[in-house]
Design a protein around this ligand. Structure first.
Ligand code: PMP
Length: 370
């Protein structure tokens, strides 16, 4: 038997034949496919990081602070800037919000349990769900007479009542559609379920004015958690730091499943240094939002159908063959994301120069591709 077949026969049956998550990591002049920040860490912060890591390097013989106490206090202070007071005891963190989501599913999902999400949403939600042995229930977005990708109270509530999931994923602003959810939807879902409600707010900092965070709903709702990340607005995707705010009782449940010392000393140090320079790290958010709005306006003018966005990316439709357009853009040095929705592609808002390169490349294709 060849090694691959041997290993396949040992693999958990539910994982056999699967393909791994794989946004292509290609060397291209204009990479706009993973919703990272196109802006490097500012020089003054990069130097502060180097100094801070050098300082802790000598102590790497010791395990890190397992409770990442100082980092939790810094994250709580950052979240509290939004106007809702969040205590360090309410904050959990992991190596990217993906790991935080994994902890949630390990603790609250598992064999015999179900998690519901509203598709299209973040593609890792079903992956994390099923790798923990939890059953994924593919809910639907779409409001008759309104947006195809919207999610309203009635649609969400009906599906929660029908499926009675143990965990419900809401994503706001939603990836890949970009749209933020009304808090009425979060409230309605919370009331319709006895399970855990996870609001994935990875892109919260890019939301348009008047889009409140689900953090405001935390008081009195112990089954609600709000996840965030430093990978997007904070321009720290390589630092791998995601976090959540929730009830201290939920955090105690996560302590049961996390690996001891899961956040390395350098990770904690880098994140704390970034948080100490929060204003500087977030300085490019405004520019990115402007580019996002520019993309929506210019794609509309080209006759395409961009979805209004509260995030740092835009999903746009109106393409005859989305994959062919994806390939043609790549040939012109522009990498965007084919998220598998027929006739749609997703593009990250980058620097003004990158955005121009994308718009120029697409404009040249539209006559034959739209
Ligand atoms: N949630 C959403 C909605 C995302 O789009 C992403 C990244 N693409 C993540 C979570 C995970 O990000 P990270 O693990 O880098 O925090």
């Amino acid at each position: 038997m060849d090694p691959r077949a041997q290993v396949e026969s040992l693999l958990r049956p539910d994982l056999r034949g699967r393909t791994a998550y794989g946004a292509p990591q290609l060397e291209v002049p204009v990479a706009l496919n993973t919703n990272e920040s196109s802006y490097p860490v500012p020089e003054v912060v990069a130097s502060a990081m180097a100094r801070a890591v050098a300082q802790v390097a000598r102590d790497l013989n010791r395990y890190p602070d397992r409770e990442f106490t100082a980092l939790r206090a810094d994250l709580a202070a950052y979240l509290s800037r939004g106007g809702v007071s969040v205590a360090p005891e309410q904050v959990w963190a992991g190596n990217g919000s993906n790991e935080v989501l994994l902890h949630l599913l390990q603790a609250f999902g598992g064999p015999g349990r179900t998690a519901l999400g509203f598709t299209p949403a973040y593609s890792m939600h079903p992956v994390i769900t099923t790798t923990t042995g939890t059953t994924w229930v593919d809910g639907m977005r779409g409001v008759p007479g309104a947006g195809r990708f919207d999610l309203d109270v009635a649609t969400a509530r009906a599906q929660v009542r029908e499926h009675r999931p143990d965990v419900v994923f809401l994503c706001s602003p939603n990836n890949p559609t970009g749209t933020a959810l009304g808090l009425d939807v979060v409230e309605a879902v919370y009331e319709a379920t006895t399970g855990l409600v996870v609001v994935d707010e990875a892109y919260a900092e890019f939301a348009r004015p008047g889009t409140p965070s689900a953090l405001t709903l935390l008081p009195g709702r112990p089954r609600l958690v709000v996840t965030r990340t430093m990978s997007k607005a904070f321009a720290l995707a390589g630092g791998r730091l995601g976090y959540l705010a929730g009830d201290p009782a939920v955090l105690d449940a996560l302590r049961l499943v996390r690996m001891p010392y899961h956040l390395s000393t350098p990770t904690q140090t880098l994140a704390r240094t970034a948080l100490a320079h929060a204003d500087l790290m977030l300085e490019t958010v405004g520019v990115v939002k402007d580019q996002r709005d520019r993309i929506v306006a210019e794609l509309t003018a080209m006759g395409l159908s961009p979805v209004p966005s509260d995030a740092n990316f835009v999903l746009f439709g109106g393409l005859a063959d989305a994959h062919a357009t994806w390939e043609a853009l790549l040939e012109r040095g522009v990498l965007v994301r084919d998220v598998g929705i027929p006739h749609y592609l997703r593009v990250t808002a980058g620097t003004p120069t990158e955005t121009t390169a994308f718009l120029d490349a697409l404009a040249a294709l539209v006559p034959t591709h739209a």
